[in-house]
Write a protein that binds this ligand. Structure first.
Ligand code: NAP
Length: 286
């Protein structure tokens, strides 16, 4: 079985690296070609276009920034569709909205290909250590074919049914995460304003029912004003925006997520989009 990987950003590079290290035959492509070099040194093949990757691969994974990137890589010139043929699989692991994924699924299946959406939960470190949580939906046979690679990239896989359901699940998860981050950030700022020790606040949070890895991992960096990107803030702003669209379609009120999205949008507008999503703290009184 030959695998392809499109998109070698923070997540894609780590995920593709694990596939290569596990001995799989992988061909990679990235819009900025330099990012392929380290993978090629490890034994991956590199292709000039997404089309060439798909032609060389039985199953091609993509991990791109957003719906516009997925559309461009799949539907654009030299894109996935140009290389698609009967029986080939395309697995988009980008966090997209369900409508985009449905459009891409139709385009791929119209060419005889098989389509799976498979967004992930877990950031740079889980991607590096193969501990992602993978939410898949779409072609069930392709899910089975992709499973050995999922088991290298992640620690858990969920098959959620029809195309769109994994995108929805991922957006719900990140909607919760965005609200948790803004609440955490406000708490850190208020504690400081009250002359409470923020380190003691972190200890108290870590010792009780509010303990979670996100507060534990992000807290010290937020107190130090350091925001190296594991999960770029611009992607959290995108995820919250897409989650609000989903809520609107369901006529579900989401006032907390709306407030969080507004804060991430402000942080992005102030130029913090390429920093970690915890940099939302800068608009909440860093
Ligand atoms: P990233 O570091 O910003 O990488 C984005 C990738 O998309 C890069 O390879 C970039 O290529 C490519 N790209 C962007 N626009 C493109 C276009 N128009 N055409 C072709 N390629 C394009 O993002 P990431 O953190 O790896 O995240 C990737 C996806 O996973 C996002 O949907 C994000 O929401 C989701 N996600 C991220 C995390 C996380 O913690 N980082 C966790 C879970 C899910 P260049 O190198 O040329 O710019």
């Amino acid at each position: 079985m030959n695998y392809g990987f499109l998109g070698l950003g923070i997540m894609g590079r780590a995920m593709a690296t694990n596939l290569v290290k596990a001995g799989l035959d992988v061909t990679v492509w990235n819009r900025t070609p330099d990012k392929c070099r380290a993978l090629v040194e490890m034994g991956a093949g590199a292709a000039q276009t997404p089309r060439d990757v798909v032609v060389a691969s039985d199953v091609t994974f993509a991990m791109l920034s957003d719906p516009a990137a997925s559309e461009s890589v799949v539907l654009g010139p030299g894109g996935v569709l140009d290389g698609m043929s009967v029986g080939k699989g395309f697995v988009d692991m980008t966090t997209n909205d369900p409508e985009t994924d449905l459009d891409l699924a139709r385009a791929v299946t119209d060419e005889g290909g098989r389509y799976l959406e498979a967004p992930v939960s877990g950031s740079k470190q889980p991607a590096e250590t193969g501990n992602l949580i993978i939410m898949a939906a779409g072609d069930a046979d392709l899910y089975e074919r992709a499973k050995p690679a999922f088991e290298i990239m992640g620690k858990m896989n969920f098959y959620l049914g029809e195309v769109g359901q994994a995108a929805r699940m991922k957006l719900v998860v990140n909607m919760i995460m965005g609200g948790m981050m803004t609440a955490f950030s406000e708490g850190l700022s208020l504690a400081r304003d009250c002359e409470l020790s923020p380190d003691t606040l972190l200890q108290i949070l870590a010792s009780g029912a509010l303990a979670n890895p996100m507060f534990a991992v992000k807290g010290p960096g937020m107190l130090a004003g350091e925001y190296p990107a594991s999960f770029p803030l611009k992607h959290m702003e995108k995820d919250l925006r897409l989650a609000l669209c989903l809520a609107c379609q369901q006529t579900q009120i989401t006032p907390t997520a709306e407030a969080a999205q507004e804060l991430f949008a402000q942080a992005k507008a102030q130029g913090f989009g390429d920093e970690d999503f915890s940099a939302v703290h800068k608009v909440l009184g860093d």
